[in-house]
Write a protein that binds this ligand. Structure first.
Ligand code: KG4
Ligand code: ZN
Length: 358
């Protein structure tokens, strides 16, 4: 399929992303130009429960998927006939949510007679960086930080990924969400911690930086989360949190955010040095964090003077389908399947998909 696409001047891929609580579709031309991008989120429903209920997320996917696809075609002024291929997230993610996107893509692929490319969600996050039409040189290191994952991936080229390390317990985003819950800041926790931390002192509490000195590329955030809980208990006993503890909450949020970022940045720089990369890429929902973005950009410029740094626009950090369509374009040689082939018709969600298995 890649050869076929290479001789076409313009390739439009309709991406579908339903791995968690966002129902997203996008049409992307040649892997870089976003013609339309629609994201419907069931976040408001999950705010009531303080976290995602998989069954609720899956039901919302069913409700939203067709209107979202109709809207994305409408916004791009495209008829299905002008779309060259479909791409859908196959995993990792929640099985009920993934199933909705995968089955919808299979049906559309059959009805429209278009090829379907299955995409690993984590690799999709990396391609949020290509949506700005920037020239990214290989080899590259990518730090993927999301609600379910914290991974360092070496990329020698499109389709050539080597997993270097990841979290041994909680993901970075998960730690943000859990600490926000402890501080009664609401869901999702990342944006809430970032906002609360703005008025806090990141040095107020001396929190641990787990695995900072280990000579691998692994992460661990569960101990840090427990340290925050211990600090809460020691600081104010069982009365926490209450509205008159605002300064303490912001100091704790700022100290926690700084601890996570210190570890993420140190390991990313170490990996970039070890593999002498030409580019460092940030990706995933936590990549929307302002302090992480600004500090990583600064450190790369200071320490790795000949390495370029890239980060997706904020709207392409959290889950979206434009990144899925882009990943499909650049990797379809390996993943693309022709319509009607057995592989397309038997495609199934892979909730536990990892980077090495692409
Ligand atoms: O990539 P994503 O949208 O979904 C997954 O694939 O998991 O990431 C969602 C995660 C959530 O844990 C959320 O709290 C976190 O990204 N997040 C942030 C920020 N915005 C979203 N974390 C820190 N700072 C932010 N500004
Ligand atoms: Zn994601």
């Amino acid at each position: 399929m890649r050869r076929l696409l290479a001789i076409m001047k313009s390739v439009k891929i309709l991406g579908i992303e339903t791995s968690c609580d966002e129902t997203a579709a996008a049409i992307v031309e040649n892997g870089v130009k976003v013609l339309s991008n629609v994201v419907a989120s069931s976040q408001e429903l999950h705010q009531k429960t303080g976290g995602i209920v998989p069954e609720v997320a899956a039901r919302e996917q069913v409700r939203c998927i067709l209107p979202v696809i109709e809207e994305v075609l409408h916004q791009a002024g495209s008829e299905p006939a002008t779309v060259d291929a479909l791409a859908a997230t196959i995993g990792p993610g929640l099985v009920g949510s993934l199933l909705v996107g995968v089955e919808t893509a299979k049906v559309l692929s059959w009805v429209w007679q278009k090829p379907l490319v299955s995409v690993n969600h984590l690799i999709g996050h990396i391609y949020g960086n290509w949506l700005q039409e920037t020239k990214i040189d290989f080899p590259a290191i990518s730090l993927i930080v999301s609600g379910g994952h914290t991974e360092l991936v070496l990329m020698k080229g499109h389709g050539q990924f080597k997993w270097l390390g990841g979290t041994r317990d909680d993901a970075a985003g998960e730690a943000f969400d859990k600490v926000a819950k402890m501080l009664e800041l609401g869901y999702p926790g990342g944006p809430a911690i970032q906002k609360t931390a703005e008025s806090g002192d990141p040095k107020a509490f001396d929190l641990p930086r787990p695995l900072l000195e280990s000579d691998d590329f692994d992460f661990s955030f569960s101990g840090l989360k427990t340290a925050v809980l211990r600090t809460i208990k020691i600081s104010i006993g069982s009365n926490f949190p209450t509205s008159n503890l605002k300064p303490l909450t912001s100091n704790l949020a700022a100290s926690f955010q700084q601890a996570v970022i210190d570890v993420l940045i140190k390991k990313t720089i170490q990996a970039a040095q070890k593999y002498q990369v030409k580019s460092v890429l940030l990706a995933g929902g936590v990549a929307a964090n302002k302090l992480l973005r600004d500090t990583l950009e600064k450190r790369v410029a200071q320490i790795l003077s000949s390495t370029l740094y890239f980060q997706p626009a904020i709207k392409y950090c959290t889950d979206n389908a434009a990144m899925i369509a882009s990943a499909a374009y650049f990797n379809c040689e390996r993943w693309g399947k022709s319509i009607g082939s057995r592989e397309v018709l038997t495609l199934e969600p892979q909730p536990n998909l990892i980077v090495d298995k692409i």
